[in-house]
Design a protein around this ligand. Structure first.
Ligand SMILES: Nc1nc2c(ncn2[C@@H]2O[C@H](COP(=O)(O)OP(=O)(O)OP(=O)(O)O)[C@@H](O)[C@H]2O)c(=O)[nH]1
Ligand SMILES: *[C@@H]1O[C@H](CO)[C@@H](O)[C@H](O)[C@H]1NC(C)=O
Ligand SMILES: *[C@@H]1O[C@H](CO)[C@@H](O)[C@H](O)[C@H]1NC(C)=O
Ligand SMILES: *[C@@H]1O[C@H](CO)[C@@H](O)[C@H](O)[C@H]1NC(C)=O
Ligand SMILES: *[C@@H]1O[C@H](CO)[C@@H](O)[C@H](O)[C@H]1NC(C)=O
Length: 295
């Protein structure tokens, strides 16, 4: 993680320039929605957006959504990246003393926070949503290799099961996903379990494969892959470093590989109420639309 506000004092500004910022929280997908809202507001209000740092966690989100003061306090306690001079996220040191006009929001999360009715606003937001896509070349290369090994994008469906911390109803979620797949794909049948039939499944999830609630899923479907089946292809990620502090980013980036592989199939099944899942399904739509256009 990098809180690199050191450069801020050297940025040239004009007297009339107005600013806007907000406080980040929760996981990546919630932060993505907040950022889209922030860019929209900055565009709409004609203000310069000061984007806060992206929070990435090794496992589950440590900074939840809170009211302004509480969120500010939680963020202040974060340890900064190793080799950065700043010891804590102390906003006063970079923003508080500046004379410029600043609109400072707390949380900007939720897809329902900003309601766009006018076509030009709706269009701007849609365009943002459709163009802010993962584009790290190392990750994309790995994803392509995994997809190839599964047998190509036409040969599998993606299932995202968000059943780790914070998401209860593990069995019910798996049951619902199972039923939805069985409904759509009659050819995936437990009785023919000796071989991988036409449709394979890539299961992306935030739990390890030995957890009890997903065992029935493996028994029901003959050919389910998970990311750990492709450990050898993940090798290049193990040396990706954050240039600010040389921190190895492997554990932080693994969920993005899962996200992209799960969204590259013929279809994508999601866990209700997870924004990670929603984004996976959204990426799948974009992916399928693009594929259609190429054909
Ligand atoms: N490896 C892996 N991790 C996952 C997966 N789904 C969720 N996670 C983990 O769960 C964390 C939280 O998901 P995020 O989407 O970042 O959190 P969020 O924005 O709060 O989204 P939701 O809680 O899903 O609404 C991720 O950072 C991962 O650590 C997955 O399919 N694969
Ligand atoms: C499972 O599906 C049922 C029926 O559609 C629904 O009421 C329930 O909320 C779902 N449960 C989960 C955890 O998604
Ligand atoms: C799953 O495997 C890990 C080791 O990979 C082990 O530590 C853990 O206890 C196992 N969990 C279950 C539920 O078997
Ligand atoms: C979920 O299913 C597993 C295996 O099917 C079972 O052992 C476990 O007790 C179930 N958990 C709940 C909360 O029903
Ligand atoms: C924006 O992206 C999300 C996925 O994160 C999707 O669910 C939503 O429908 C999109 N919204 C618009 C306005 O396109």
């Amino acid at each position: 993680m990098s809180w690199n506000f050191n450069n801020f004092s050297t940025i040239q500004t004009t007297d009339q320039e107005k600013y806007l910022t907000y406080l980040p929280h929760s996981g990546f997908h919630n932060q993505r929605i907040s950022l889209i809202n922030a860019i929209f507001l900055a565009w709409f209000l004609n203000r310069t957006l000061i984007i806060p740092p992206l929070l990435l966690y090794k496992k589950h989100a440590l900074i939840p959504m809170r009211s302004f003061d509480r969120l500010y306090k939680d963020l202040s306690k974060l340890k900064l990246c190793k080799n950065n001079n700043l010891k804590n996220f102390n906003e006063e040191s970079y923003i508080g003393k500046r004379p410029e006009k600043l609109l400072h929001f707390g949380s900007l999360f939720s897809s329902y926070k900003i309601i766009t009715r006018l076509p030009e606003n709706e269009n701007f937001r849609n365009k943002l949503n459709h163009t802010m896509l993962p584009n790290n070349p190392t990750i994309l290369k790995i994803v392509n290799r995994i997809v190839d090994r599964i047998g190509g994008t036409d040969n599998y469906i993606g299932v995202h099961a968000r059943i780790g911390k914070g998401f209860l109803n593990q069995n019910e979620t798996m049951q619902n996903l199972t039923e939805a797949i069985q409904n759509d794909f009659k050819d995936i049948d437990v009785k023919n379990s000796n071989a991988c039939l036409q449709t394979k499944i890539f299961l992306a999830t935030d739990v390890p494969r030995n957890i009890s609630s997903i065992q029935l899923f493996f028994q029901t479907f003959p050919c389910v892959y998970m990311l750990d089946d492709f450990d050898d292809l993940l090798e290049p990620l193990k040396s990706l470093k954050n240039p600010n502090d040389d921190m190895i980013m492997f554990e932080f980036l693994i969920p993005f590989v899962d996200l992209l592989v799960v969204s590259r199939g013929n279809k994508c099944y999601k866990t209700y109420s997870s924004t990670f899942s929603k984004y996976a399904q959204f990426l799948n739509q974009i992916w399928l639309e693009d594929k259609q256009q190429i054909l």
